[in-house]
Design a protein. Structure first.
Length: 225
């Protein structure tokens, strides 16, 4: 890819592009599609773990998971999975339907986070911590761009967000902000870490996802289109 093409590819993408591996339904499975989905979710979990290992604070939902982990004595990965299951209970009144990607999200991200916090190095300086947090945000953006373009169902948190938006009419951004501020505040009260890493995640995660969606759109675009 030439430099000009790379620059165009890295422009933020405001929508989820239609890719060759996009599913026609929430349970439209193929080996390629499931492989891309699983890879994206694992990369997402590893990215979250890099933010945790920055030692500068966690992503909002991981602040909550860490608080639950510290209070209960269970692992961070298990706490993440259990929170995802609990969040899906809100899907019942919101009438949101899970897909294969939804269930995969619960399992694989929790496992990947636990592997990451077990084996990735914990940072002990400001510079290395910032680098770890930024790298983590980039991985979450990359992983998101892969699993979202599979169209096999939203994650538990995203499904709740869009469901609340549909029922209440409140803008998606405001719903997401309200949910994340709430869970982060509760998590901090339980002992979860908030800090510079949390701010880096909050400020750049949207841009990271948009950039990688743009890159995926560019790389999968038909030459004759």
């Amino acid at each position: 890819m030439h430099l000009k093409e790379l620059i165009r590819a890295l422009k933020p993408h405001k929508t989820i592009p239609v890719t060759p591996w996009r599913a026609n339904s929430l349970w439209d499975l193929s080996l390629t599609r499931v492989g891309i989905l699983f890879f994206g979710l694992i990369i997402f979990g590893f990215g979250d773990a890099f933010v945790v290992q920055s030692n500068l604070g966690n992503a909002p939902w991981t602040v909550f998971a860490e608080g639950i982990s510290q209070r209960s004595g269970i692992s961070l990965g298990l706490a993440t999975g259990l929170i995802s299951i609990a969040v899906m209970l809100f899907w019942i009144p919101l009438k949101v339907k899970p897909g294969f990607g939804t269930l995969s999200n619960i399992v694989l991200i929790a496992i990947a986070i636990q592997i990451g916090v077990t084996y990735f190095p914990l940072q002990h300086s400001l510079i290395s911590g910032i680098a770890s947090a930024i790298f983590g945000v980039a991985l979450v953006g990359f992983g998101s761009s892969l699993y979202l373009t599979c169209a096999l169902g939203p994650g538990p948190r995203d499904g709740t967000m869009t469901g609340l938006h549909r029922v209440t009419g409140v803008r998606v951004g405001r719903v997401r902000l309200g949910i994340e501020v709430l869970v982060m505040s509760v998590g901090a009260g339980l002992g979860g870490r908030i800090g510079l890493g949390t701010a880096i995640f909050a400020l750049f995660i949207g841009q990271s996802i948009a950039i990688f969606l743009g890159l995926v759109a560019r790389l999968t675009k038909s030459p004759t289109a």
